[in-house]
Design a protein around this ligand. Structure first.
Ligand code: ADP
Ligand code: MG
Length: 340
């Protein structure tokens, strides 16, 4: 654990910097810049390492612009976004879509197929009914849920190149993959603007490339699902990405039952069984979507599907009588250092 401590402390102190603040420091032959912005309903921290100040500044500014661009296409909650405009076409949508939307939806449809529909980008009607992004704390009546279930089926949506056909009644929600996708895009933007290393952290989604300024891999902390101030483990990131989906991000409690925003398309209600899932993947889009997919699949099916795919590793946390339990893929336990 000791060798990870300095960076964990660095990340923790970075969290104390206020909104839109910036800090920079020179480290040997390179310049490190950090900035923070609010996007996608969460705090986004960017770190850039570059040979000189001007390059670092351009790389971090352009990466921040990339992140803000998600509002124009991916946020189904924002009526002006491309996703919302597609969803608003009552007779169904047939036409071309932007490159970002097509790329995100393609990843989502692939993972929907592999997860046998546990992950489903047409989940929107159910998301609107539960309305976790509002102040709602109402459990929808069973009849209303049952009515909407037939409108959640990724197999009805067709994407060929940039042409999308989505039948009447079907609505898209890319909320479980778009954040990871945009983290990947922000890193690509940093690279193409001359950064030698970079790290982006957006809520539970983190990805990095290159080495940290003092040498060695970036190391990220995994939040404890029940103790928000505490870290559960530390994980080095070697040009890879990590995302966590948990039942503690958006939820309400009613009669001792926790209702959260990760919905099981088979029942229309919050998926039961797990507390949080962390996935390590080559890209943040995959990590993000798989974290949601595995959460919905549950302990056995979720772990089995992770084990089947050599490029994915994962950590699954669950509770038995209030005690936190853990299961992880072999690759994940090789990488992670538990924090007691
Ligand atoms: P967060 O946005 O809190 O980081 P996730 O990445 O897991 O968490 O995404 C959760 C969002 O994904 C929900 O708010 C909803 O919009 C969408 N969603 C919920 N259930 C599913 C599902 N089964 N398949 C695909 N998307 C889902
Ligand atoms: Mg996700």
């Amino acid at each position: 654990m000791r060798r990870f401590l300095p960076l964990l402390i660095l990340l923790a102190s970075a969290l104390l910097i206020g909104c839109f603040s910036e800090s920079g420091e020179a480290s040997g032959d390179s310049v490190v810049l950090q900035t923070r912005l609010f996007a996608m309903d969460t705090v986004v921290d960017l770190t850039v390492v570059a040979p000189d100040e001007a390059t670092a500044r351009r790389a971090i500014d352009e990466a921040a612009r990339t992140i803000q661009s998600i509002q124009t296409w991916g946020s189904a909650d924002d009526p002006a976004s491309e996703t919302a405009r597609i969803n608003a076409v009552a007779e169904g949508y047939s036409g071309s879509v932007s490159e970002d939307l097509a790329a995100t939806l393609r990843i989502a449809l692939d993972i929907a197929a592999v997860s046998n529909g546990a992950f489903d980008p047409t989940i929107r009607p159910l998301v609107e009914l539960w309305n976790f992004s509002g102040e709602s704390s109402v459990v929808p009546p069973a009849e209303e849920l049952a009515e909407l279930l037939p409108l959640v089926d990724y197999r009805q949506v067709e994407l060929v190149g940039d042409k999308l056909i989505s039948p009447a009644g079907y609505r898209l929600d890319l909320g479980a993959v778009a954040k990871g996708y945009i983290v990947d895009q922000a890193l690509l933007t940093m690279r193409s603007n001359g950064a030698t290393a970079g790290l982006v952290s957006a809520g539970g989604d983190v990805a990095g490339f290159g080495e940290r300024p003092t040498g060695g891999a970036w190391v990220i902390g995994i939040q404890h699902p029940r103790l928000p101030e505490q870290l559960f483990g530390a994980l080095p990131l070697n040009n890879a990405a990590v995302a966590t989906s948990g039942d503690y991000e958006r939820y309400f409690e009613l009669d001792g039952v926790r209702y959260h925003h990760l919905l099981d398309p088979a029942t229309g209600s919050p998926a039961r069984g797990l507390t949080s899932v962390t996935v390590l993947a080559p890209t943040c889009a995959e990590a993000d979507a798989w974290a949601t997919a595995v959460f919905v699949l549950g302990l056995e099916a979720g772990l089995a599907l992770l084990e089947e795919q050599p490029e994915l590793e994962g950590l699954l946390l669950y509770e038995i009588e209030g005690q936190l339990q853990q299961l992880m893929t072999a690759g994940f336990s090789d990488e992670m250092e538990l924090i007691e």
